[in-house]
Write a new protein. Structure first.
Length: 580
């Protein structure tokens, strides 16, 4: 084997890993929109969780990616530890699909139809289709399909390049002696674990082993322990991803590691006992692409069959090794591990925006209560809620900006933009709550009081604002389009109330019933309450826009005024309900 063969091997390995990464990312991006729905259907049922892990891993071609997602889900509270265990076990079986695809490269036959199954026969066609879809088609979905085809073609070309580069090793005695060492099961397990930990992909390390099998020096006796070790090495990705997470997420990573270690110990023991008691000629035969795929699948299926009924024990073991502390942990609000799956990251953002909405609306309602009956404790609570709302705006905005740097679909990009709009509106609502409570403080400090008619008017306006806040929260939190459609006519009524109250105030000033100082406070209150309704209108517009999936907020609001047959009926009903 010359230096040029070594360089070819390195180039082939790089192309193989790059192709696998590109294909996996594109598959994940294309399937990502459905991952949320899949996740939502997870139950405590072992079979459902197992099949979910198997299915997702088969689609995205990476058990490491699935496990990292699971760690992120557990850390964010989207999945329980028990659900995670079932999914992780399914992921271990799902990862065997890659080895079967790669095993097609080992097909040997003179039959034309059989040869067509060889990747070297059909990957050029896939590469041609892929480059056309990637370069000349503007549709995002088709671009991703083109990327998948190109990634697959690249990894298969890298696989063939590696196989060709190492073919000369069959005549190198030292290489044969190296694999004789791996017939020692412990050394084989260590070699498989170390290689996989370095490249962080059991699928890739199995592919490398399949490429080496063309030398004829890799026997089944040496390949099987290496395959066992590869399953341990792949855990490094989940372990690294659990750094800085809460205890449950760390437990999920620990379960992944303990599952593979326990499975390897059990099956390695059985393998060694059988090997010592019975002479099996197959173990001395040269491993093939297909044989390695069979061994990989058999090992993972047997591990799962043994340990799936023991999921509860694995959970208790993880709880024992990472016990609860007396001080309860605070879950991370936004987990950056989920940025790799934009649809899930957006779902997480949507949940956190829901928390922010509840806080902002609660702050505004409390400020209305403080206006009627000022209390210092209540005022402090409102300021605390406003600070929390500011914090949510900061972390959500930063997270969504980071998300935009990833490759996201047009739909996800649109949803991200809508969330950014709503975050700003919810934050402004909390700001208005502080402004209102400051007006209440000013009235108390200066001994100001409104007239009876003014109090009646402000009560009517506050009731209307309270209702619009409740409708807005229902529209966002429950995705209630009916509630969203009620917001705009009520907002129009609130606008009219503000103008009417301003006119009434001028009349009271002219008649000497109201002081100028109280008038300034009155004006501030009207502005803050009316602007609150404007922000509610913006949020409802985003909900309506999400249902239409095309229009801008202002166009959506304009259309419901002009096109909706019952818009003006709703407007009249609110006009009668909130009148002086």
């Amino acid at each position: 084997m010359t230096i040029f063969d070594v360089l070819t091997l390195i180039g082939g390995l790089c192309l193989f890993l790059f192709g696998m990464n590109v294909m996996g990312n594109a598959l994940e991006r294309r399937a990502g929109g459905k991952l949320r729905a899949i996740l939502g259907k997870l139950t405590q049922n072992k079979a459902t969780g197992f099949l979910t892990g198997l299915g997702v891993t088969s689609i995205i071609q990476s058990s490491s990616a699935t496990t990292v997602m699971v760690v992120g889900f557990v850390n964010s509270g989207l999945m329980t530890l028990r659900q995670a265990i079932n999914v992780i076990m399914g992921a271990n079986v799902g990862t065997t699909v890659t080895a079967w695809i790669l095993s097609l490269g080992g097909i040997e036959s003179d039959n034309v139809f059989v040869q067509l199954l060889k990747p070297s026969s059909f990957t050029p066609v896939l590469a041609l289709i892929g480059i056309i879809l990637y370069m000349f088609v503007k549709d995002e979905k088709k671009n991703d399909i083109g990327t998948i085809f190109l990634g697959f073609a690249t990894l298969m070309f890298g696989m063939d390049t590696m196989s060709a580069a190492v073919a000369g090793l069959r005549d190198v005695p030292e290489f044969a002696e190296l694999f004789v060492l791996f017939t020692n099961p412990i050394l084989g397990v260590l070699a498989g674990a170390i290689l996989t930990a370095i490249i962080q992909s059991s699928s890739a390390s199995v592919g490398i082993l399949q490429a080496l099998s063309v030398t004829g020096k890799v026997t089944f006796g040496s390949a099987i322990p290496i395959i066992m070790g590869q399953n341990i090495g792949t855990c490094i990705t989940a372990i690294l991803s659990s750094v800085g997470t809460n205890k449950n997420a760390k437990r999920a990573a620990l379960v992944h590691l303990s599952f593979n270690i326990i499975g390897t110990v059990i099956l390695l023991t059985v393998f060694c006992i059988i090997k010592a008691l019975v002479h099996i000629p197959l173990l001395e035969e040269s491993a093939t692409h297909m044989g390695i795929a069979v061994a990989h699948s058999a090992f993972n299926i047997l591990c799962t069959a043994i340990l799936l009924p023991m999921a509860g024990i694995l959970e208790k073991l993880a709880m024992k090794l990472i016990p609860e502390t007396k001080k309860p942990e605070k879950n991370a609000e936004l987990d950056e591990r989920l940025l790799a799956t934009p649809p899930i990251a957006l779902k997480q953002c949507g949940d956190v925006v829901g928390e922010m909405a509840a806080i902002s609306i609660d702050a505004l309602k409390k400020s209305i209560a403080a206006l009627k009956n000022y209390d210092e404790t209540l005022a402090e609570e409102i300021r605390y809620l406003e600070n929390r709302s500011d914090h949510y705006e900061d972390i959500l905005s930063a997270y969504l900006v980071k998300l935009s740097s990833h490759q996201v679909s047009e739909q996800d990009s649109l949803e991200s933009a809508k969330l950014l709009k709503m975050i700003g509106d919810f934050e402004r609502i909390s700001d208005h709550s502080v402004n209102i409570v400051e007006s209440a403080e000013e009235m108390k400090e200066k001994g100001l009081e409104f007239t009876k008619s003014a109090k009646k008017e402000i009560d009517v306006l506050c009731s209307a604002v309270t209702e619009i806040l409740e409708l807005t929260y229902k529209a966002y939190a429950e995705g209630d389009l009916e509630a969203a459609l009620l917001v705009e006519p009520l907002e129009q009524v609130i606008d009219g109330l503000k103008e009417k109250m301003r006119t009434q105030h001028i009349l009271r000033l002219q008649q000497g019933e109201c002081s100028i100082v109280a008038g300034f406070v009155w004006s501030d209150l009207l502005n803050n309450l009316e602007r609150t309704s404007d922000h509610c209108s913006n949020i409802a517009g985003c909900v309506i826009e999400a249902a239409n999936n095309e229009l801008t907020v202002h166009e959506a609001l304009r259309d419901i005024r002009s096109d909706s047959p019952d818009y003006w009926d709703k407007y009249k009903n609110y006009l009668e309900k909130y009148s002086f």
